[in-house]
Design a protein around this ligand. Structure first.
Ligand SMILES: O=C(O)c1ccc(O)c(O)c1
Ligand SMILES: [Mg+2]
Length: 624
């Protein structure tokens, strides 16, 4: 399954300007309690801690909590959260009179709960009741009666079209009924998922008077061909993590004059199991990026990374990594003046080896990545505005100031400007070590990409983080079988491919200790590089002979090239733009290296071979 490409980071562009709404400082932000895992009280704490202004209380969360409505109200007040909405009330309208009378009785109970909660907006979603009639006049009349009752309690009703509603399943239909009902306590609730999943034309939103849009719910989803109810209940995600143009709904509502909260309502099986505090931050970040895309706010623009300054490996026991670096042709060229960190270089590839961090249990880990950034301070300002945790500067006296943030998986990202006269350089903290010229066989040119394996429940968050915070463009997505689960991968890259990251998902829950990261090194001759590595005594990942038999059938390859690939354990892929040849070292701790040769303008990552690599790694780990 390949999901749709995500848009590149796109600041508000000039072509949006003529009818763009006036830029405000940012709308109030809310989230439905259904979007997070855990008991209600923990959800509320997480929502407030992330920085939201309000919540939608989902009825099931209320029913399942030992807290009384008064206690929930007090808890929210203490946390500084407004209760913006109570929801949902189902199956109300267009039913025979006796059924409707019972529905009004149900509504009275909800009004009572809302009084105790201090909530004054009730979401009514379009009926899925088989008894409901296809009769707009009846629907309008009954919703009007409901609104009259609500009004007596100081409550308003927001009517929302579910994409799978029995007779009302589009926002424009729901709005026509609200308009016909014509009561001040009745308005509509727009929900980006229902609107976009039906492929509705969002331009009609601008025709709804802003004050009649009582609420705006936001959710994205990957483009999947499946039943819309299942799609909504299991695969919604935060805006910017799927394939829907959520910003178009927000812009249209803003143009209509809507000035209520932007509220996330995400039903998602993964988020329901993930840590609520972290999900809440991810959620709020998605709204900040969305607001920017919709032209409603202007956080600091990104300073797009142009290349890798370094990758840092951490391990108290450096010997095994040194052996691999040496076999790869790296030389130790510097020593940090105040920390136990070595600089290893080859071509423009720089690796830091930090023996003052990491754990003996896991062996070497990839701890940090340095990104060449035209304006590091600007990049840090944007990161902070988009809720990226700032890494405390581990500075010693005299060290160059370095701006760094932590990615969701804990990898530290440093914004660097290496060896430029206008900016202090991190390299100034290293004292050069003598290197003899004959040590330099030099097949490696630079870092081609870094692959970061994400905990399975943080994958969408990681994609949004790298796109939103760093301004990287999101590319291919692939799902494939690995020996013990599903492997997902998505590439994000900077302009010109100077920075490429492959975000991979770990095989599954409980597999966190198998989270391997890797550093891919660019070479112009991968076969020579592979031979040199072997000659220097390091192991490359053995590739099964069957792979090469299939390769011969798939591509019309020169038999000598095929023999070289087979003999050196190099994998091969190609498309209309060029070729991708690559091989892997065995893992040291949680890290391994890849040697990569691109020909032509190939932009891929050897996706087709990822399954072979995973199976080979599994075999190698268990029967080395
Ligand atoms: O899946 C549902 O039933 C459901 C309920 C309430 C909503 O606001 C919604 O968008 C979906
Ligand atoms: Mg909704």
């Amino acid at each position: 399954m390949v999901s749709a490409q995500l848009a590149a980071y796109e600041p508000v562009s000039a072509h949006d300007a003529p009818d763009a709404p006036e830029v405000r400082l940012g709308a109030r932000k809310s989230i439905a309690t259904v979007s997070l895992s855990g008991p209600l009280s923990e959800k509320l704490t997480a929502i407030a801690a992330a920085g939201f202004d309000g919540v939608e209380i989902f009825e099931n969360d209320l029913l399942g909590t030992p807290l009384s409505p008064e206690e929930i109200r007090a808890r929210c007040a203490d946390l500084g959260l407004a209760i913006d909405l109570y929801q949902p009330m189902r199956d109300v309208e267009a039913v025979p009179e006796d059924v409707f009378v019972r529905n009004l009785r149900r509504a009275e109970r909800k009004f009572d709960v809302m009084r105790r909660l201090g909530a004054d907006l009730l979401l009514v979603c379009s009926s899925v009741d088989p008894r409901a009639l296809d009769d707009d006049a009846l629907a309008a009349e009954q919703l009007r009666r409901l609104a009259e009752r609500a009004h007596e309690h100081g409550i308003r009703i927001a009517y929302e079209a579910l994409a799978w509603g029995r007779h009302v399943d589009t926002y424009d239909h729901a709005w026509r009924i609200v308009e016909q009902a014509d009561h001040q306590a009745l308005g509509t609730c727009l929900d980006s998922f229902h609107i976009l999943s039906r492929g509705s034309d969002v331009s009609g939103i601008a025709g709804i008077p802003g004050e009649k849009i009582f609420f705006l719910q936001l959710a994205d989803a990957p483009k999947l061909a499946m039943d819309v109810l299942q799609w909504s209940r299991h695969h919604r995600c935060f805006p910017g993590q799927g394939g829907l143009d959520v910003a178009s709904v927000v812009s249209a509502a803003a143009r209509a004059g809507y000035d209520g909260p932007l509220s996330l309502e995400v039903f998602n099986d993964v988020f329901r199991q993930a840590d609520a505090a972290q999900t809440a931050v991810d959620a709020l970040r998605s709204l900040l990026v969305l607001e920017e895309s919709a032209g409603l706010s202007a956080p600091p623009v990104p300073s797009l990374p142009t290349g890798f300054a370094f990758a840092e490996l951490a391990t108290p026991d450096t010997e095994p990594v040194r052996a691999v670096l040496d076999a790869l042709g790296f030389a130790r060229t510097g020593r940090h003046t105040s920390k136990p960190v070595e600089l290893w270089e080859q071509g423009a590839a720089r690796l830091l080896l930090n023996s003052g961090a990491g754990s003996r249990r896991y062996g070497p880990t990839l701890a940090a990545v340095g990104l060449e950034t035209p304006d590091p301070a600007q990049a840090a300002r944007r990161a902070e505005a988009l809720l990226a945790p700032v890494v405390p500067r581990r500075r010693a006296l005299g060290d160059a100031p370095l701006d760094a943030v932590a990615a969701p998986d804990g990898t530290e990202l440093f914004f660097c400007r290496t060896d430029r006269p206008d900016h202090p350089s991190w390299t100034g903290d290293f004292e050069p070590l003598p290197v003899s010229p004959q040590e330099r066989p030099g097949h490696v040119r630079r870092i081609d990409h870094v692959a970061l394996t994400q905990p399975w429940h943080q994958f969408d968050e990681a994609v949004l983080f790298h796109r939103g915070v760093l301004g990287l463009t999101v590319h291919e997505s692939l799902d494939l079988a690995d020996p013990y689960g599903l492997f997902r991968s998505r590439a994000v890259a900077g302009p010109g491919g100077g920075v490429r990251l492959a975000l991979n998902v770990a095989p599954g829950p409980g597999a966190d200790d198998q989270m391997l990261q890797h550093i891919a090194l660019a070479t112009d001759d991968v076969i020579a590089a592979a031979r040199a590595v072997r000659a220097r005594g390091a192991a490359l990942l053995p590739i099964p002979a069957n792979y090469y038999d299939d390769l011969a059938a798939r591509h019309d390859l020169d038999p000598r090239l095929l023999e070289d690939l087979r003999e050196s354990g190099v994998l091969y892929d190609r498309d209309e733009h060029g070729e991708f040849l690559h091989c892997y070292t065995a893992a040291v701790g949680r890290v391994f290296f890849e040697l990569v040769q691109r020909t032509g303008d190939h932009q891929g990552y050897g996706a087709r071979n990822a399954g072979i690599r995973l199976a080979a790694q599994y075999a190698h780990q268990h029967h080395p």
